[in-house]
Design a binder for this molecule. Structure first.
Ligand SMILES: [Zn+2]
Ligand SMILES: [Zn+2]
Length: 257
């Protein structure tokens, strides 16, 4: 029993075999998947998938790469989509200064609006942060985050200092299968320092296939491999890893079994 807390089943990579991908996830023990919206169109598709499949839940948001496309109309539509019954969070939103596909100033401005939206609608927030730790911490002040019921930093790949700052603020930390990569020892050390009670598992499919499947499309069934790696790294029984992280995700996203 597992939840893939972050995947992009709405992407065209799944257009030819989405029902089979969902069946494979179910067969692997994945009871629910959270399809994360990363653009206006992606958020629409996420909501549509949540209507079509009982095991799929949605989030709505605009990825920092696309911040430049977040005009008044797009933001208003995201806000409206957020009222759909199976929308469990706002996101993914945040800052990405690694690729800078949108200007940093636009990213900050849009992220600020989504922080306010999450607080106003009392929805949890899925944060994407890459090469932007100090700006992220500057923006996530107690005044701003007050009212947001929970924050998760997804696909965690930051520094140990950023990790402890996030844990100090009560955030959840979500890991992908990049923790299985041969060169990811630093990341595995961080896995060791996150209490299981503050951890989610995700695939970020179609990206970040686990070691041994790299170069192939990733899919939610592979969240099992993230659980196995956490189990191995922390020396905790895999069943316990699955049970606790699923419990965390159910509470955070308010998904009842
Ligand atoms: Zn992301
Ligand atoms: Zn993502």
């Amino acid at each position: 029993m597992l939840i893939d807390t972050h995947c992009h089943l709405d992407f065209p990579e799944f257009d030819s075999d989405r029902p089979q991908v969902l069946a494979a996830a179910k067969a692997a023990g994945v009871e629910a998947m959270i399809n994360v919206g990363s653009s206006l169109e992606g958020s629409r598709r996420a909501v549509a998938l949540s209507r079509a499949y009982p095991e799929v839940f949605a989030t709505v948001g605009i990825h920092p790469h696309d911040a430049k496309a977040c005009d008044v109309a797009a933001f208003a539509e995201i806000e409206k989509l957020g009222q759909e019954p199976k929308v469990v969070a706002i996101g993914e939103v945040g800052l990405d200064f690694f690729r800078n596909l949108s200007e940093p100033s636009a990213q900050r401005e849009v992220f600020g609006r989504f922080l306010a939206l999450a607080a106003r609608t009392t929805k949890p927030l899925v944060v994407h942060c890459r090469n932007a730790e100090s700006d992220m911490l500057r923006m996530l002040t107690p005044e701003v985050t007050k009212g947001i019921p929970g924050i998760v930093v997804h696909c965690f790949s930051g520094s140990a200092d950023f990790l402890s700052a996030c844990l100090d603020m009560g955030f959840f930390i979500s890991f992908t299968a990049n923790i299985t990569y041969k060169k990811a020892q630093g990341l595995r050390d961080l896995v060791r320092s996150v209490p299981l009670e503050k951890m989610f598992l995700e695939t970020d499919a179609p990206y970040l296939s686990p070691e041994g499947k790299r170069g192939k499309r990733n899919e939610p069934a592979n969240v099992v491999e993230v659980a196995r790696e956490v189990s191995r790294v922390k020396g905790i029984d895999v069943e316990k890893v699955c049970a606790q992280t699923t419990k965390n995700a159910r509470q955070f996203f308010q998904i009842t079994p």
